[in-house]
Design a binder for this molecule. Structure first.
Ligand code: GLY
Length: 376
């Protein structure tokens, strides 16, 4: 078993400063006292999954230059990917469910006001993070799903649009064609399928179609120590209609407690939901763990809670899962089940991608479940 640990802030004087910061910050978290000047040095900070690198830079900029609220800033950050048709993990262009319909999930929490909002299985609206915030801002509820969520979004003035881009539609058809050699869908790249039809589907993907769980989690803390969190996703590709993962579930896909910190997840939602991962990370930080430690301990808890069919014979999970955390004092951390994931951070040193601590090396990663085309 291999474990990598990223050192907080690096070496030398910066490390010495961080030790001081850690101690005073912990006192701040435990006592709830006003933060001291030394703790302000590391803030503001934004942290996100790797695909949130552009967004976390925007969020940091909004917080520092425009004095924007942390939740407004991180939602503006994730909106970049939600509105990007080339990003197949969230919003417009997200990979669809098994019927070719894009269904989106999102949730958010605002630390200073202790409010939360969420939407699940939302169709035809590209920015579910903003709809989740509207649920938080304009209703007495926390979560709206399906047709009710869409009706609410339209009433709030959100624009209805077809979210299935040409690329995502082709990938979906490719997945269908690979499903079952005995069904009526031909794999037009298979030798046995005969010549492609006139309007052939220009599949440009490799012969394997993987299930993906692309998601963005983003968290931020401002100079005064106020926190917010948001997670948005198109969920598991090719999922059953109506499936919601961890992203819209407060305490699983993201969680924020303004006295402690914020956390969130990407990867297999079904694994995380049973552990309430984001909530657990914040609770571990409340007990005094660093963000890295809290994330890794939660990875271990998820694996311990995973049923046998989703573990290989050495106890390694047959899925990916990543956690991200931010403490009130500005310390950030993360952990992944497998080596190779990266964490987006934006602070006074700029926006950058940081390799994440991991539980298992990439070389040990078992073959993940996938759909294999007949020719493969
Ligand atoms: N973590 C995203 C999902 O499982 O839907």
């Amino acid at each position: 078993m291999e474990i990598s640990r990223r050192k907080f802030l690096g070496v030398g004087a910066a490390a010495a400063a961080s030790l001081t910061l850690d101690r005073t910050a912990r006192a701040d978290v435990l006592s709830g006292s006003a933060p001291g000047a030394s703790q302000l040095a590391a803030r503001p900070v934004g942290g996100a999954s790797a695909n949130g690198i552009r967004g976390v830079a925007r969020a940091y900029d909004m917080i520092t230059r425009q004095n924007a609220d942390t939740l407004d800033a991180i939602i503006a950050g994730v909106n970049i990917q939600e509105l990007d048709p080339d990003d197949q993990s969230v919003g417009l262009g997200g990979l669809p469910n098994e019927e070719g319909v894009v269904q989106l999930d999102a949730s958010c929490m605002h630390g200073p006001t202790r409010r939360a909002g969420a939407v699940g299985a939302l169709e035809d609206i590209a920015t579910p993070s903003l709809v989740a915030k509207a649920v938080m801002d304009y209703t007495d509820h926390i979560m709206l799903v399906g047709a009710g969520a869409k009706k609410f979004a339209l009433e709030m003035g959100f624009k209805e649009q077809n979210l299935l881009t040409e690329k995502s539609r082709r990938d979906w058809l490719r997945w269908k064609a690979c499903l079952n050699p005995a069904d009526a869908w031909l794999d037009t790249r298979s030798d046995s399928a005969g010549p492609p039809p006139t309007a052939s589907i220009p599949f440009d993907d490799p012969l394997h179609v993987k299930f993906t769980t692309g998601t963005i989690n983003m968290n931020a803390v401002n100079a005064g120590g106020d926190l917010s969190s948001v997670t948005t996703t198109s969920g598991l590709s090719w999922k059953l209609p109506g499936r919601v993962g961890d992203s819209p579930i407060i305490g699983a896909g993201q969680y924020c407690d303004n006295t402690v910190g914020a956390a969130g997840s990407t990867g297999r939602g079904e694994a995380n939901i049973k552990t309430c991962g984001a909530f657990l990370i914040v609770e571990f930080m409340r007990q005094g763990m660093s963000p890295d430690e809290a994330c890794m301990k939660t990875i271990d808890r998820v694996i311990a809670m995973t049923e046998r069919r989703l573990l290989d014979n050495r106890g390694r999970p047959l899925f990916d899962l990543q956690f991200y955390a931010l403490a009130k004092d500005g310390r950030f951390g993360s952990a992944a089940a497998y080596q190779g994931a990266r964490f987006s951070v934006a602070d006074s040193q700029g926006a950058r991608l940081i390799p994440m601590p991991f539980r298992f090396s990439r070389a040990d990663r078992p073959q993940m479940p996938e759909v294999r085309c007949r020719r493969a």
